[in-house]
Design a protein. Structure first.
Length: 128
């Protein structure tokens, strides 16, 4: 069951409303994508705080007034059939991207497929 502004983890209590709302959106989405609650909560809080630091006043106002904290079941990014698919990255990307893909693949129990710039597969990393 997704968290709401009326029902959320205790660690969200001290957050200001805009950060809490954004953190709830992020955490709900992460949970929908298969993350464990114990990992989703601190990541969501950190990302929401970082988002607010870099957000424009209009973006903050938009989340405050209109943002939804419940991920839409009809969202095009909510595609549970992709949970079984590997994460794909191009080798020339930064190591952080490969590390992030590895983390996602590990959470999903899938692998990471690393492509060369020409599109051919260079390597496949299995989850640990």
């Amino acid at each position: 069951m997704p968290w709401t502004m009326n029902d959320y983890p205790a660690s969200f209590k001290s957050l200001d409303n805009v950060i809490r709302k954004k953190a709830l959106e992020i955490a709900n989405k992460m949970m929908q994508e298969g993350y464990d609650e114990s990992r989703a909560i601190p990541i969501a809080i950190s990302q929401a705080k970082e988002w607010k630091k870099n957000a424009t006043e209009k973006e903050i106002e938009n989340v405050s007034a209109h943002g939804s904290v419940t991920p839409s079941k009809d969202s095009s990014s909510a595609r549970p059939e992709l949970m079984d698919h590997a994460q794909h990255v191009v080798k020339e990307t930064k190591q952080e991207a490969i590390d992030r893909a590895s983390e996602i693949a590990s959470n999903k129990g899938t692998s990471v497929v690393i492509h060369r710039k020409d599109g051919n597969i260079q390597d496949v990393l299995k989850p640990q």
